[in-house]
Design a protein around this ligand. Sequence first.
Ligand code: PMP
Length: 415
Amino acid sequence: MAGKSRVAGKMSVMDINEIRRKFPILDRKVEGRNLVYLDNTATSQTPHSVVSDISSLYEHTKANVHRGVHTLSQEATDLQERTREHVRRYINASSIEEVVFTRGTTEAINLVASSFGDRLRDGDEIVLTVMEHHANIVPWQLLQRHKDIRLRVVDIDSEGTLDLRQYRSLFNEHTRLVAFCHVSNVLGTVNPVREMTAFAKERGVPVLIDGAQASPHMKIDVRDLDCDFYAFSSHKMYGPTGVGVLYGRRELLESMPPYQGGGEMIKHVSFSGTTFADLPFKFEAGTPDFIDIAAFSKALDFIEETGIDNIAAHEERLLAYATERLERIPGLRIFGKAPHKSAVISFLVGDIHPYDLGMLLDKLGVAVRTGHHCAMPLMERFGIPGTVRASFAVYNTFEEVDAFVAALERVVSMF
Ligand code: PMP
């Protein structure tokens, strides 16, 4: 199939080759071969527009934000705050006060666990799911060191779909929070987060959504979802590393204590007492990663110019094509076959260790991830040590799927 992808249902034609030209890294060779980058779930590549914005900011506008009256500081502050407004628009939050910059999804969830967690009492319960990334498990376990709270875990069926009956049955008078991923980083399952959120909200239970794997692939509208917290990372959205976002419903953020103390998050400090800054700065202690935050706006531009629906449609076609081709390989088992699935394929072939497959694929220029994918409870659920995971982004092509499958067939034939 050609690099041109005609997007069904839309009159637009997306030229994948034109998109690829925006990503210089895709021209790289690995082991003398054209790189086939299929590790987009871990991090996606970054277009030149973002990279050049970062260098330009370092060369022309570097100054600490929110501190100076001088021109550079004001420019740097404006650029950071411009991204905040861009993110607000992008996720349809009501106000910029609800957009807190963090280092990533992990820090965003830790912020909620620590700050919202402050109000939890012994005997309280939090509902999670078995498909959570460690970033949405361990912060709650850390809370358990100080409080006798209980984690209730929703199971999945063999295809990787959440057991919604069990989800509903886990709510009781002790439930204080529900926290689940929008999309599983291993199975690709897209959870019915709107319905899950509505069920929790009807019972007055706040909802945190880990959106790390949804935000690069679909439209996020936090008001439509009606969630209380939504966390995501720039580096998975074609953006710079070191930047994440915690969306938080204003009333909740206002009622929560600061997460970290330091500069930028205060109104007044004295040894007899300190008052804290208004939202969102109350949760942004210290110098933020202001250059990468500023450049994140260019990554959002890239997504918006390409069109999130076009991205999703192309990835869906890649997923269908790759799944169909992989399923023809004898002994190959795919983990995660939910009807509503994002472009992630986790698999094993016979009893070949996933690390062996990953290492040998790398020798053929194909970058896939192997291991437990920071989801050990899920691996345990399937009774496996890990998987090989191929994941797609907008710049991947059908030819790359062919190259990947051919490389895999070659590797498998060695065993
Ligand atoms: N949640 C999910 C579902 C993820 O896939 C990841 C990253 N693999 C994270 C959380 C953590 O994201 P980060 O490392 O950017 O904080």
